[in-house]
Design a protein around this ligand. Structure first.
Ligand code: NDP
Ligand code: GDR
Length: 384
């Protein structure tokens, strides 16, 4: 019998990669999607199966983490062996604008999933993965371990409504594990990115803008705190860790990270370098800027860039303080020792490989947009 998995947040970055991964492993996969006025299943459209055909392995259900009755009904119908609770309002900056909503979805939503399993008496059958986060640590320097990393024993100090909501999710998962003997685990995942990353997270914002600037479709990229440091990995590696966590003998919490931290500024430099464009930064704080100091003409030609649009000394990165956060997490660096030793988890992508993957994908996407625009097919005006 195929194992049955239920994924909340299946339409997001991680949900899409995880669904594909579990289908390849022979799972029957169910996903919860929210009703929206436009389709929002782009990331999983390649996995879609017509429900009228035989042997359907992927099924989507309407639902929402704010709706307990919906969740209880779905868990009852699906009887999952594994639930991956990835659904969340996942943007840290936006959580300052919608603090109550993020508490409801990211905090209470986790409780609703755990309660659905408990109420239905499925605690011996259904394993639960909770998408916890490095935002729990808040980047407090005094809470790092003796090696200078955050690990499974480091204290938490969240610095945003998102982090505070997720800390409830973390502890309620641990509490249900201890109180009701449930196989419920937290993966404390550090930042992970990919070509499927939402376009308002900093890495994707950078790779998308770098591609547009390289093709002469955008003049400048505006960012917030360039000095923030993150431990960035590839989402494809991280979803494998989620699965491994639920395949262990005992339910436990694991840190998933690369063990390397890099500034936003360096991520910008690496992204442009991938396109043959050398960028140098000067100035401080709000006045810092990045200018073009060299263009590798051969590489630019090979990639089909618009070389005429790339001028020496041209400012292509500026700071806009509107992207600063009321409280910032300055530095995150995770210690993956436990996950490597106990899960046997291995990284396939380092940071240069991640940047390359994202730039290649965004350059392709931007060329496609440009091609459609030039051909007159990009937009229809419905309002004339
Ligand atoms: P995304 O923002 O890409 O995806 C979030 C998913 O949650 C989407 O499918 C979204 O649906 C869904 N969702 C949002 N609100 C609700 C709701 N009220 N009810 C049901 N579903 C909802 O996030 P990621 O894929 O990057 O992250 C997955 C999880 O991992 C999240 O919980 C995130 O907080 C956590 N995390 C992510 C890290 C990262 O670096 N990516 C690191 C650590 C933790 P829709 O498509 O309709 O918006
Ligand atoms: P983060 O990711 O807050 O770490 O949360 P994000 O990419 O949004 O920010 C990373 C760092 O970059 C700085 N920054 C900017 N960020 C954005 N979004 N836009 C900008 O223009 C910009 N300029 C600088 C930020 O200040 C920050 O320091 C992500 C999410 O996926 C969470 O759901 C997850 O839990 C954590 O990673 C781990």
């Amino acid at each position: 019998m195929a194992k049955v998995a239920l994924i909340t947040g299946i339409t997001g970055q991680d949900g899409a990669y995880l669904a594909e991964f579990l289908l390849k492993k022979g799972y029957e996969v169910h996903g919860i999607k929210r009703r929206s006025s436009l389709f929002n299943t782009d990331r999983i459209d390649h996995l879609y199966q017509d429900q009228h055909e035989e042997g359907v392995k992927l099924t989507l259900h309407y639902g929402d983490l704010t709706d307990s009755t919906n969740l209880i009904r779905l868990v009852q119908e699906i009887q999952p062996d594994e639930i991956y609770n990835l659904g969340a309002m996942s943007h840290v900056k936006v959580s300052f604008d919608s603090p109550e909503y993020v508490a409801n979805v990211d905090g209470m939503g986790t409780l609703r999933i755990l309660e659905a399993v408990r109420i239905l008496g499925l605690q011996k059958k259904t394993k639960i993965y909770q998408a916890s986060t490095s935002e729990l640590y808040g980047g407090m320097p005094e809470n790092k371990n003796e090696k200078g990393f955050y690990d499974e024993n480091s204290p938490f100090y969240p610095r945003s409504p998102y982090g505070v909501a997720k800390i409830y999710g973390f502890w309620i998962t641990k509490n249900y594990r201890e109180a009701y003997d449930m196989f419920a685990c937290n993966g404390i995942l550090f930042n992970h990115e990919s070509p499927l990353r939402g376009e308002t997270f900093v890495t994707r914002k950078i790779t998308r803008a770098a591609s547009k600037i390289a093709l002469g479709l955008q003049n400048c990229l505006y960012l917030g705190n360039l000095s923030a440091q993150r431990d960035w990995g590839h989402a494809k590696d991280y979803i494998e860790a989620m699965w491994l966590i639920l395949q262990q003998e005992k339910p436990e919490d694991f840190v998933i990270a690369t063990g390397v931290t890099t500034t936003v500024r360096e991520f910008v430099r690496m992204s442009f370098e991938e396109l043959g464009i050398a960028v140098e930064f000067s100035g401080k704080d709000d006045n810092e800027k990045g200018v073009i100091i060299d263009v590798d003409q051969e590489k630019a030609k090979e990639l089909g860039l618009n070389v005429d649009a790339l001028k020496m000394g041209q400012t292509i990165v500026k700071v806009d303080p509107k992207y600063y956060r009321p409280t910032e997490v300055d530095l995150l660096l995770g210690d993956p020792t436990k996950s490597k030793e106990k899960l046997g988890w291995k990284l396939k992508y380092d940071l240069p490989a991640l940047v390359k993957d994202m730039i290649q994908s965004d350059l392709h996407l931007t060329k496609k947009d440009q091609y459609l625009k030039v051909g007159g097919y990009q937009t229809m005006n419905y309002f004339e």
